[in-house]
Design a protein around this ligand. Structure first.
Ligand code: ADP
Length: 155
């Protein structure tokens, strides 16, 4: 039996964090000693919320939960995993389109870093229609997103 700490990274943009993300993280919590929510930076993307606000929303959502950490990173997710000692990448699956997209990334990551395993968690059916993209669209037109985001996301 290894006494090594089981650390997973849940990477994403979290622009903003949604109840879908929150659910995946909470469901995976019993499986790991630590889950690091990795806010990836992609220079080709325009973000709706600043990095500071995205990070703050996640920290507030999991306030008091000592097994959850929030980190920003840029560059390859597998490099970030190695830096923080994580052997697992967590991803959520909502649809078959998610699966096709995620499969290619997971297989590429496995080629790059075979020691890191990607774990897929199938979305709660009540949350599978929620995406950060649609939440941002609703916000753009001043709609109410309270049902789709954690209470900590105060806009
Ligand atoms: P990215 O910018 O990499 O697409 P996101 O922040 O949109 O990242 O999402 C991060 C992860 O959360 C992805 O694995 C995505 O499939 C998953 N996810 C997003 N929304 C949901 C949801 N409603 N239910 C389950 N998983 C979700």
């Amino acid at each position: 039996m290894s006494s090594e700490k089981k650390i997973a990274v849940f990477p994403g943009s979290f622009d903003p964090i949604t109840r879908g993300h929150e659910s995946i993280i909470k469901r995976c919590l019993p499986l790991f000693d630590e889950i690091i929510v990795g806010i990836g930076y992609n220079s080709n993307k325009n973000y709706f919320f600043s990095q500071d606000r995205r990070e703050h929303f996640i920290q507030q959502t999991f306030q008091g939960e000592t097994k959850i950490k929030v980190n920003r990173y840029s560059g390859l997710t597998v490099n970030f995993c190695n830096e923080v000692g994580a052997k697992y990448i967590l991803r959520g699956l909502r649809t078959s389109a998610d699966f096709e997209f995620e499969r290619a990334i997971a297989q590429m990551n496995r080629d790059l870093a075979p020691e890191i395993e990607t774990i897929f968690v199938v979305s709660d059916p009540a949350l599978s229609h929620i995406s950060s993209t649609i939440v941002r669209d609703i916000l753009l037109y001043q709609g109410n997103v309270n049902k789709f985001v954690p209470d900590a996301v105060k806009i």
